[in-house]
Design a protein around this ligand. Structure first.
Ligand code: IMP
Ligand code: MG
Length: 194
């Protein structure tokens, strides 16, 4: 639910491409912290005493993953990264996913957890999960901080979801609009142009 109509102020001067863009504060950093701790608690139960290969999807999951990792306990955690490229993505992907960077870890027989910051059409994670499954892991689960389930074009159900969000394009806390906004601590939605 959007209840706070605060347009971002001058602290976040937009690059010239976004001179007329308006962003409205949507989710506070403190709420993200609570969500992250709760997700970590669930994982601490699920993977207690086990090994877990966590695969972060660059670049958007960077901030979320680093915060999540700090709360994981009694799990032997390995961390690796992929960098996927959604062809045609600006605010919408158009279908083709390519791999900019693959994992180096051998996941055969391992528990794998893929960590994303947001699932939209589901194409990126569908592609990644299928790829990982080809390497015969023991298990593969998907965790996303944010989810837009009504935007799905491929069937994909994350195992852990931090928060379902409205039909808005959001930036901040790792999420970007054309590389802008990843460093902003709170989440803002793009009010204009939409
Ligand atoms: P999908 O393949 O459509 O599910 O795309 C997922 C990827 O698109 C995410 O990992 C993000 O990088 C990007 N994305 C989707 N929605 C948003 C958004 O609202 N803000 C920023 N990036 C987004
Ligand atoms: Mg991503």
């Amino acid at each position: 639910m959007i209840n706070e109509e605060v347009v971002m102020n001058d602290i976040y001067k937009f690059p010239s491409d976004f001179v007329s863009a308006q962003f409205v504060k949507y989710i506070e950093q403190s709420e993200i912290e609570n969500i992250t701790k709760s997700l970590a608690a669930t994982l601490n139960e699920r993977y207690k005493g086990e090994e877990l290969v966590i695969i972060g999807a660059l670049k958007g999951s960077l901030l979320f993953l680093s915060d999540l990792l700090k709360h994981l306990q009694n799990i032997k955690v390995y961390v690796d990264f992929v960098h996927l490229n959604s062809v045609g993505r600006d605010k919408e992907s158009h279908g083709t996913i390519t791999l900019n960077k693959d994992i180096k870890t051998n996941v055969m027989g391992k528990n794998v957890l893929i960590v994303e910051e947001i699932v939209d059409t589901g194409r990126a994670l569908h592609f990644l999960k299928s790829r990982i499954q080809q390497s015969s892991p023991r298990s593969v689960e998907l965790l996303t901080l944010f989810d837009k389930p009504y935007k799905r074009v491929v069937p994909l159900k994350p195992d852990y979801i931090g928060k379902q969000i409205d039909d808005q394009f959001i930036i901040g806390y790792g999420l970007d609009l054309e590389e802008y906004g990843r460093n902003i601590s709170d989440i803002y939605y793009l009010k204009y142009p939409n």
